[in-house]
Design a protein around this ligand. Structure first.
Ligand code: CP
Ligand code: NVA
Length: 317
């Protein structure tokens, strides 16, 4: 898998995801002891951000720093890209300097073009369609809390957005049953559903896309939501709030319908009082801060997986 780009998670097979999660858990434990400080010594990551970011940007930067490498943050207006240089020419140039690129873009096509023209791995740091590094952290969190992934049930309540699309793929890769409840006009992308259905055949994961949040959370081990208004959709704000609230808001009543030991996850940033209420996100079943922390560990693992020899990785596991 050395050298490949990660745009939606579909590039990984279940064994590869499992290895990344195992490595993430080892790196998390070892970080406290200060081991692996030179794992990515001399490696450089370029970070292109077309949109704001707290977790993705900081966790990638810190991941490189803690493993002995370096990250260069390239915000909008700092590259010739924003004066009209093509994505392809930017990719060819960066490939001559750095070992990997992470890019957060508006249109998914931009990160696809970047990856196609790049000779180093490109990691999608969120596009309008997918958010793969978030789902690696979510899977790590679920694994840590529940001790397994296969056969669990996850309920997604809310917008069928980039994070939801990637959850469909992640769940089907790892044999997790997923029930997605969204309003009719806010379903996940067809491409994500089709790919998830194909992957689910190998793992027996059950996928359902429905209207009813109460039905979706029944028997769920984990309830997940995300912003009703994602970045780039601000002009739809009033309309969306009217469609989603109150039915698709994760509140105490919805959590009460899931399993008694169900956890709550959210990729953050949260709009408290919109997709989730304070009592849920701040409640004892919420694991959102561990989930945010795991961005750091799972991205360290992903970077190692993409940049180091497979044999070397196997010795670490
Ligand atoms: N969850 C997530 O990607 O957060 P940021 O937008 O802060 O990077
Ligand atoms: N769906 C959200 C995720 C933010 C991390 C967005 O795209 O804005």
């Amino acid at each position: 898998m050395k050298g490949k780009s990660i745009l939606s998670l579909i590039e990984l097979d279940p064994k590869e995801v499992q290895k990344i999660l195992d490595l993430a858990i080892i790196l998390k434990k070892e970080a406290k002891r200060g081991t692996f400080r030179d794992l990515l010594k001399g490696k450089v990551l370029a970070m292109i951000f077309q949109k704001p970011s707290t977790r993705t940007r900081v966790s990638f930067d810190v991941a490189m720093l803690q493993l002995g490498g370096h990250a260069i943050n390239l915000g909008s207006s700092e590259l010739q890209l924003y004066r009209g240089e093509t994505i392809e020419d930017t990719a060819r140039t960066l490939s001559r300097y750095v070992d990997a690129v992470v890019a957060r873009v508006y249109g998914h096509e931009d990160v696809v073009r970047l990856a196609k023209a790049s000779s180093v791995p490109v990691i999608n740091g969120l596009s309008d369609c997918y958010h793969p590094t978030q789902i690696l952290a979510d899977l790590q969190t679920l694994l840590e809390v529940k001790g397994r992934l296969k056969g669990l049930k996850v309920a997604w309540i809310g917008d069928g957005n980039n994070v939801c699309n990637t959850w469909l793929i992640g769940a089907s890769l790892m044999g997790i049953n997923i029930s997605v409840a969204t309003p009719k006009d806010y379903r996940p992308m067809k491409e994500a559903i089709t790919n998830a259905q194909r992957l689910a055949k190998a793992t027996a994961a059950r996928l359902e896309i429905i209207d009813d949040p109460i039905k979706a959370v029944k028997g769920a081990d984990c309830v997940i939501t995300d912003a009703i208004v994602s970045m780039g959709f601000d002009q739809e704000r009033e309309k969306r709030l009217g469609v989603f609230i109150p039915r698709y808001q994760v509140n105490g009543e919805i959590m009460g319908r899931a399993k008694s030991d169900a956890i709550f996850m959210h990729c953050l940033p949260a709009k408290r009082g919109e997709e989730v209420t304070d009592d849920v996100i701040d409640g004892s079943r919420s694991v959102v801060w561990d989930e945010a922390e795991n961005r750091l560990h799972s991205q360290k693992a992903l970077l190692c997986y993409l940049l180091l020899d497979e044999e070397f990785i196997s010795e670490l596991l």
